[in-house]
Design a protein around this ligand. Structure first.
Ligand SMILES: [Zn+2]
Length: 390
């Protein structure tokens, strides 16, 4: 009886609003995860807490009929530090859970899974949790992964950039900057040289690899009359070409080494967080999802057009698409051009528009899951596309 009451109490929109209100940041989304697990349990999903050792992750599963293809929906539910759900992950959470529930009603034979994938924004200890799960083999046994993300436009098949954050700490020798400058070795000089050299490198990078490098000087000394013995640089290094991205990292490392040598300092170079890879577009899958939207009169670019769009951001969903056929659907909840991670997107995530689009996404993704479970030739073409060399 209790479980039935929960089912009646929660619908997709109530859950989306509640998570928006909770606004828990990455790696501490305990209440949000609890709510989603409660909803899933109420309709007969079995739930395992702390999937792959991540406290706010979970695995929920329901076998329908004789079982069969395993289809996983990924739920994000982390908010942005300071502003709240301005990336609309409250909608992703609700879409994943209710697409799974709908799919479990629509399919005849199969396994429907929901995986809670916290900390997409990279705030806490389990930053980029999909990467942790993927690297630990947590998607083994899954045949298809579906996800969604609110946006200022519809698209399916957009690419993303590989990114690695890097921290460099230079160690110098402190000395009186006026009385005995010859005894000092400036860590700040090493950092400034590096900053300049990286800017110079930028103009020689392969343009078609969409290279992006952004960095800050986090520490550079305290007093003007003391040679700084410590300086810290933090960089994000990105590219739409995964192979070239590794080359960029190597070039960066050489610059750091050279600048350290030139200034007589030493350095520690540390990769911060996991490598976010580029994404893979599964064309038969992307086209299948897109066609359902076209049939509903949604104005959405073709998959080829989306693929050609310049990749600007990075996501941990990309790493998932490297290990299992996976596709994410971007759905429009705000006028084109609306800035994300802003007050406008924060409001859009609880707007009437969001409510309408959430319903469409749940219908489309659960229909896709149903066809995947019942249509062997679709499964075959998705698997073939996944095994093609890029
Ligand atoms: Zn997001």
């Amino acid at each position: 009886m209790a479980s039935q009451a929960v089912e009646q109490q929660f619908d997709p929109w109530t859950v989306a609003l509640k998570i928006h209100e909770l606004a828990e940041v990455g790696s501490s989304e305990f209440k949000s995860a609890e709510l989603l697990k409660q909803v899933l349990k109420s309709v007969g999903f079995s739930v395992v807490d702390g999937y792959q050792g991540i406290p706010t992750s979970f695995w929920a599963e329901k076998t329908v009929g004789k079982g069969g293809p395993a289809i996983a929906f990924l739920a994000e539910y982390d908010a942005l530090l300071g502003i709240g759900h301005a990336c609309g992950h409250n909608l992703i959470a609700s879409a994943a859970v209710f697409s799974a529930i709908e799919a479990s009603k629509k399919i005849r034979d199969g396994r429907i899974v929901v995986i809670g994938t916290p900390d997409e924004e990279g705030t806490g200890q389990y930053s980029g949790s999909k990467i942790i799960i993927a690297n630990k083999g947590g998607f083994k046994g899954i045949d298809l992964v579906l996800g969604s993300h609110p946006s200022a436009e519809w698209s399916v098949g957009k690419n993303s950039l590989a990114v690695q954050d890097v921290e460099v700490v230079f160690h110098g020798t402190a000395a009186h900057a006026s009385a005995s400058p010859e005894k000092g070795k400036s860590a700040l000089d090493a950092a400034v040289l590096t900053f300049t050299a990286v800017d110079m490198m930028r103009k020689h990078l392969k343009r078609d690899a969409n290279p992006v490098i952004h960095g800050v000087l986090r520490e550079g000394g305290q007093a003007s009359n003391v040679t700084p013995d410590r300086a810290v640089l933090v960089y994000g290094i990105r590219s739409s070409d995964l192979g070239y991205h590794a080359e960029m990292l190597e070039k960066f490392r050489k610059i750091v080494e050279g600048c350290s040598m030139a200034t007589g300092t030493t350095y520690d170079l540390k990769l911060i967080g996991p490598l976010f890879t580029t994404g893979r577009v599964n064309r038969p899958l992307a086209n299948n999802i897109r066609q359902r939207l076209v049939d509903r009169g949604v104005d959405i670019p073709t998959v080829e057009e989306s693929e050609r769009t310049l990749a600007k951001g990075s996501t941990d969903f990309a790493n998932v698409s490297q290990v299992v056929p996976a596709q994410e659907l971007s759905f429009q909840i705000a006028p084109k051009g609306t800035p994300w991670h802003s007050k406008l997107s924060l409001e859009a995530a609880v707007s009437g528009e969001a409510k309408k689009k959430l319903a469409v996404v749940i219908e489309v993704l659960s229909d896709t899951a149903e066809e995947f479970a019942s249509n062997e030739s679709l499964r075959k073409s998705i698997a073939e596309d996944f095994s093609r060399k890029e």
